[in-house]
Ligand binder design. Structure first.
Ligand SMILES: Nc1nc2c(c(=O)[nH]1)N[C@H]1C(S)=C(S)[C@@H](COP(=O)(O)O)O[C@H]1N2
Ligand SMILES: [Mo]
Length: 394
């Protein structure tokens, strides 16, 4: 049988080449430039009015988000790099699929053209770092945490384009007793405090691979930018950011449960973290000054990794009283298996000049509501509590 999406000759050639070459070839062949000393870790411009720049990471400023625009342009999307954005030549790029969970464990190497021969799919998902909101553990809950002090801007909504991982794995041939897939990036090895942890990689259960996992080359109708994984990244919709490995170099399919420091040492709280929690943000600067008026429209977004948003409530008096926010597009189709975010606004009538704390609390259709206090963990993951956003009406 010709595997769907792969023309028979390409597939056989690839498989044969793969068998001969897997052991001998370095996965770095297509990396034309790694992190040259002194080179910036992030290649796209990070204008100060749109980003908070942390060096290897950068978050989107919520007050720069256009309330009329649903998707986050790649130019405005947060970046989280463990090392630095590599430059990869799409002409020589190959994705290596190997492991004892394949029918032929020698595996295959697939070019971008091989991958683009599968049926194309698109999905919208909210893409978010596990540590989004981390700084509020300290500023709002008085707790110590390690890691980038994100406010709420390590998140965006993206319409991805690619192919289903299940289609590719089915064509390659997976054993029925395969349980685990490990995705590894082509960026440089991650070295922290003198310890070399190897390439950024994270395993996931085979069930996710055969559910909604995608291999994507497109975002919002364009090729991925280098910073976001060009030429190909994995996408595990709804799961924490680290699950979606950028610059995807290899997938190892295994009959035993694989691990990596990225699911044991980090991104783990009593087990590997997977599905993102519920969070909300106002499209406002921190300590925003709002001109007084009889109708002030506050806008923002809420999202969840598990399900669409069911309800959003707002308090403009520090949590004493709550009122429903008005969704922009109730029932908006979210496309494929993806879940986008909910945009909403709230009309604040005639506030007196003074300082206020605005609180937003969302509930998703899985029944999860943002709590008053987020569960503390040393890594500062999953800050999902209601954020107390200060503003001054002038
Ligand atoms: N290869 C590789 N993939 C990676 C990372 C990385 O450093 N290297 N960072 C991960 C983390 S922690 C996050 S939050 C997302 C960020 O994706 P973005 O930079 O495209 O927004 O990519 C994930 N995939
Ligand atoms: Mo992340």
């Amino acid at each position: 049988m010709t595997p769907p999406g792969l023309n028979r000759r390409t597939f056989l050639t690839t498989a044969a080449l793969g068998a001969a070459a897997v052991g001998a070839t370095q996965v770095t062949d297509s990396v034309v430039a790694g992190a040259a000393a002194g080179a910036p870790a992030i290649l796209k411009p990070l204008p100060a009015e749109r980003f908070i720049d942390y060096g290897t990471n950068a978050e989107t400023r919520w007050d720069s988000v256009d309330p009329r625009r649903y998707l986050t342009p790649q130019a405005d999307l947060f970046v989280r790099n463990h090392t630095a954005t590599p430059r990869i030549d799409p002409e020589t790029y190959e994705l290596e699929i190997v492991g004892d969970g394949l029918r032929d464990p020698a595996g295959v190497k697939l070019t971008l053209d091989d991958l683009k021969a599968f049926r194309h799919v698109e999905t919208t998902s909210v893409h978010e770092c596990t540590g989004n909101g981390r700084s509020f553990f300290t500023t709002q809950q008085g707790q110590e945490v390690s890691g980038t002090k994100w406010t709420l801007g390590a998140v965006g909504a993206v319409r991805w384009k690619g192919v289903r991982l299940q289609d590719v794995l089915t064509a390659v041939g997976v054993r029925p007793d395969a349980v685990s897939v490990q995705a590894t990036g082509l960026d440089a090895s991650y070295v922290d405090k003198g310890v070399d942890y190897g390439r950024v990689r994270r395993p996931f259960p085979i069930e996710k691979a055969f559910d909604d996992a995608l291999l994507v080359w497109g975002a919002n109708g364009e090729d991925l930018l280098p910073d976001h994984g060009f030429p190909l990244r994995l996408l595990l919709p709804g799961w924490i950011g680290i699950a979606s490995i950028k610059w995807l170099g290899s997938l190892e399919v295994s009959t035993s449960v694989l691990t990596s420091p990225w699911d044991t040492k980090w991104y783990n709280v009593d087990g590997p973290l997977t599905v993102n929690p519920v969070r909300s943000a106002l499209e406002l600067a921190w300590n925003a000054e709002i001109p007084a008026g009889d109708r002030i429209v506050l806008s923002g977004r809420s999202w969840s990794g598990a399900a669409p948003i069911a309800r959003v409530e707002i308090s403009v008096d520090g949590g004493e009283t709550w009122a429903p926010a008005v969704p922009h597009a109730p029932g908006r189709p979210t496309g494929g298996h993806g879940i986008g975010w909910a945009q909403w606004d709230y009309t604040w009538r005639d506030p007196e000049p003074g300082t206020y704390e605005i609180l937003v609390r969302a509930t998703d259709r899985a029944g999860r509501t943002q709590p008053d206090v987020a569960a503390h963990n040393p890594g500062g993951y999953f800050f999902d509590a209601v954020v107390r956003h200060p503003v001054t009406v002038v």
